[in-house]
Design a protein around this ligand. Structure first.
Ligand SMILES: [Zn+2]
Length: 119
């Protein structure tokens, strides 16, 4: 697998996300005007802002994951699971370039991990 290609994909995705987030932020900031007097309009307006805030949060999280993946590429750890150190399946990385764990660890049922006592 070409890690450089995946890195380019991540960088491109990061740029797109940053741009989208900037647009969302600009939109949420333009909320200084008073809310519409009509109640249904008010509800729609508030729901809209809530959606945008949720979107913003989601994008921040994704950006953080991309940064994390990029750091792992720089550290030459990208192809290995963050938790157990085993190689991550290439198909998994191609589908999920931000994945930092192998499928077993991501599913929380790695044979190497100490069984959870939370159950
Ligand atoms: Zn693992």
């Amino acid at each position: 697998m070409n890690v450089d290609e995946l890195k380019q994909t991540l960088i491109q995705h990061k740029a797109e996300l940053s741009e989208r987030q900037e647009r969302v932020k600009r939109h949420t900031r333009h909320r200084d005007e008073p809310l519409p007097s009509d109640f249904s309009d008010q509800a729609a307006e508030l729901a809209n802002v809530e959606t945008l805030v949720a979107l913003d949060k989601e994008m921040s999280q994704e950006l953080c994951q991309i940064d994390h993946a990029l750091r792992r590429i720089e550290a030459d750890q990208y192809l290995n699971c963050e938790k157990c150190g085993e190689p991550i399946a290439k198909r998994r990385l191609l589908a999920l370039p931000c994945a930092t764990r192998c499928i077993q660890c991501a599913n929380g049922n790695s044979a190497r991990s100490i069984p959870s006592t939370i159950d």
